[in-house]
Design a protein. Structure first.
Length: 137
């Protein structure tokens, strides 16, 4: 069974797609970088509940966690962006999840603590990549 995101696409759709899709995605990603605009749909997700302990009470809400399925095109864009910028990106000391050999145990507290500043946008990475891709020297 494939778990698709809000766009109803899975990684297998990209894997088995016609090769022309690569050219279309290349154009899309270049436009995103050159215009410094990410589609709103890239930020959408579908949260799927998962049972933490199948031997425990499945009617207990606290026995559930969730994962968010993101649009597969946005995940691909993220991979491409990281491959372009990996040599100049540094991991912040405040980063708590998705680090090599580090767990995300403090991520919930950290995110809750930062919630009031959540609407602040950081465009420096997109700006850097846009300059590198659209305006090479």
């Amino acid at each position: 069974m494939w778990n698709c995101g809000p766009d109803d696409l899975c990684a297998e759709h990209l894997l088995y797609a016609h090769p022309i899709l690569i050219m279309h995605l290349k154009v899309l990603f270049k436009l995103i970088l050159c215009h410094r605009f990410v589609p709103n749909s890239f930020g959408k997700g579908v949260t799927v509940p998962l049972i933490k302990d199948k031997t425990d009470n499945i009617n207990d809400v606290s026995n559930y966690g969730g994962i968010t399925l993101s649009p597969v095109i946005s995940k691909l864009f993220e991979v491409v962006l990281l491959s372009i910028c990996s040599d100049v990106l540094e991991i912040d000391s405040l980063q708590v999840g998705f680090k090599d050999k580090i767990g995300a145990a403090g991520a919930i507290f950290f995110e809750t603590d930062r919630a009031p500043n959540k609407d602040r946008q950081n465009t420096c990475v997109i700006h850097f990549v846009a300059e590198k891709v659209c305006c090479p020297t």
